[in-house]
Write a protein that binds this ligand. Structure first.
Ligand code: ISL
Length: 587
């Protein structure tokens, strides 16, 4: 692999930071299944999206990232793809897709597709062919291995290595037809592609080019840091209390990952002139690796989704052993990423997506007295950092976690598998497992978008595939779009500020008050313009001692989150208060 960081010729060819349009852009993620249903079958669809584009335009976002709409058996809600060039009938047709793309473009917005190429569905023709015989020309497109020596094929322990799947159980499935196992880091219906095989890579690049030729504006790349596996797929260490080995060291940032991403860039983007956006989803990525992935001179991806801040409330037993994340930990983590990618690389900024619990319930306070203020405070600190902010559908309304009553209310494969294994196989108390799911399940993010206070929150005229949150009468788009004090209005103001103030999109970042237990404060500076953000991430009043408080007394208050209270740099914050100031720095 060529190290482009030290290659001045490569650096010289890199676009200047200011030329990259996505530095001042805001992305909105649509999870189509739960966004809007146009035909009453209870499942969201492309025409449902087309019907709600005013909402996005009013919010002011620049880009839509569309979670998978490809043909899929829907084992993992579309992250198991059986045809990369077809739209799943549940979502519509290619004609609907083209119409959506044209409508977005006509409104000045871009569309980024989800690229799921660590794995396919087991119903993808590539896998069907690969599984058909050990001599199949596509056998090597996936990771097939013989049972472990000394074990009866199919018996527990006979898996080729001890890695666990992200969705509970072993990462291997036994195929009786050929007497071999295949690797699946996610569900057994999501076999991992073998990126070592150049034919696989060719097929992926062809498919990406096909979508770009159709007019899409880039890709969000699903678990893209997992595509290069260490040769030999060795057994991994078993963490204390765990049943399976943690294979991460052997597949996260694997040996050829940078080579693969550079090759992809070369084969897909290098010859094109469009304004694209690429973002790699990378569980477990470190700041150091992110710097390499996002250094423009290396031509890999524009930005990555890192997971550090959304792992702060995971306990020793992982995400379903939740603890609490302190505001101090949250700001320390985000601050470290700001510093780590200050000179080279770029951050993506997110609280929410379709895999994460709702931020107002998680790092905020969704009880009536604090819900609106905490949703706004969290939005403020996120959106005014350096990086590209992502808004996940419903986040702009302050949608909350769901009060799931029983396991029957869940739909997500990760949640259902976890429950089955924890309760049936490990004998954990059902109520305790349910309590953890209520807090951490991905289904919290997947309840239908609350459009109105009407039936099914205006999401569908039929029966929604997953229940609507009972708070839809209180929290919904129709009410908020009319209300200048709404969470929606606040997101709108934050997005507008990024567009109008270059200090927000391009300024440097400095964390203030790092030791303060609840106040998240920072400045952004660009030339002589400076922005100050102060937010109290707690339901208690706070006092703080800002280093240069006197210098800020005359600053212009730009945004607050408590109706009627004008932001002032006076050393005091109300519960969940967020304040934003701007000033020209002299001398
Ligand atoms: O939510 C998680 C499980 O605890 C994450 O680890 C998640 O599985 C990981 O972030 C990868 O996510 C992506 O790939 C998965 C898919 O299920 C997720 O929805 C997707 O965002 C497999 O394609």
């Amino acid at each position: 692999m060529t190290d482009l960081t030290t290659n001045p010729a490569a650096r010289a060819g890199a676009p200047a930071a200011d030329d990259q349009w996505w530095r001042s852009a805001v992305v909105y993620q649509i999870y189509p299944r739960s966004f809007a249903d146009s035909d009453g079958d209870g499942v969201g669809d492309l025409r449902g999206i087309i019907q709600h584009l005013d909402h996005l335009q009013e919010l002011g976002v620049d880009v839509v990232w569309l979670s998978p709409v490809y043909a899929s058996p829907q084992d993992d809600n579309g992250y198991d793809i059986s045809d990369y060039r077809a739209i799943d009938p549940a979502y519509g047709t290619l004609e609907d897709f083209d119409e959506l793309l044209a409508d977005l473009h006509a409104r000045g917005m871009k569309l980024v597709m989800d690229l799921v190429v660590n794995h396919t569905s087991d119903e993808h023709p590539w896998f069907v062919e690969s599984a058909s015989s050990v001599d199949s020309p596509k056998r090597d497109w996936y990771w097939w291995r013989k049972p472990r020596a000394g074990f009866a094929a199919g018996a527990p322990g006979a898996e080729p290595n001890n890695w666990g799947s992200f969705f509970s159980g072993p990462a291997w499935h036994y195929d009786e037809v050929s007497g071999e196992y295949y690797l699946h880091l996610f569900s057994r219906k999501q076999p991992d592609l073998n990126w070592e095989n150049p034919e696989v890579r060719d097929a992926v690049y062809d498919m990406m080019n096909w979508w770009l030729d159709r007019g899409v504006d880039g890709f969000r790349m699903d678990v893209i840091n997992l595509i290069s596996k260490v040769a030999g797929l060795p057994d991994a260490e078993v963490p204390p209390g765990a049943v399976h080995g943690d294979g991460f060291p052997f597949y996260a940032q694997g040996p050829r990952i940078h080579e693969f991403l550079q090759e992809m860039h070369e084969r897909v983007f290098a010859g094109r002139t469009g304004d694209y956006l690429t973002v790699g989803e990378m569980p477990g990525v470190t700041v150091e690796h992110a710097r390499l992935f996002t250094d423009p001179a290396r031509r890999e991806v524009d930005m990555v989704f890192q997971f550090e801040h959304v792992g702060l409330d995971h306990g020793a037993g992982g995400k379903f052993d939740p603890g609490a994340a302190s505001p101090r930990d949250v700001k320390a983590s985000l601050g470290r990423w700001q510093e780590g990618l200050a000179e080279t690389g770029w951050n993506s900024l997110y609280w929410n997506n379709h895999d994460q619990p709702r931020v107002v319930s998680r790092f905020g306070d969704d009880r009536p007295e604090h819900r609106v203020a905490s949703a706004k405070a969290l939005a403020t600190v996120l959106h005014l950092m350096r990086g590209t902010p992502y808004v996940y559908q419903g986040e702009e309304l302050g949608m909350t976690n769901m009060p799931f009553a029983s396991i029957d209310d869940f739909r997500d494969i990760e949640s259902l598998n976890h429950y089955a294994v924890a309760v049936a196989a490990q004998g954990q108390a059902p109520e305790a497992v349910l309590a953890a799911l209520r807090v951490m399940s991905r289904d919290n993010a997947r309840t239908p978008v609350q459009w109105s206070d009407g039936p099914a929150a205006g999401f569908t005229t039929g029966t929604p595939w997953i229940a609507v949150n009972p708070n839809a009468a209180l929290i919904n788009a129709a009410a908020q779009r009319e209300d200048p004090g709404s969470v929606f209005a606040h997101y709108r103001a934050l997005i507008a500020l990024r567009h109008s103030e270059r200090v927000v999109s391009h300024g440097s970042f400095e964390l203030l008050l790092p030791e303060h237990p609840t106040v998240f404060a920072y400045t952004r500076t660009l030339g002589d313009r400076q922005l100050l953000v102060i937010a109290n991430l707690s339901g208690e009043r706070a006092v703080y001692d800002l280093p240069d408080a006197a210098g800020w007394r005359e600053a212009e208050p730009v945004l607050g989150n408590l109706g009627g209270r004008l932001p002032r740099v006076d050393g005091r914050c109300e519960p969940w208060e967020a304040q934003v100031f701007l000033q020209e720095v002299t001398g």
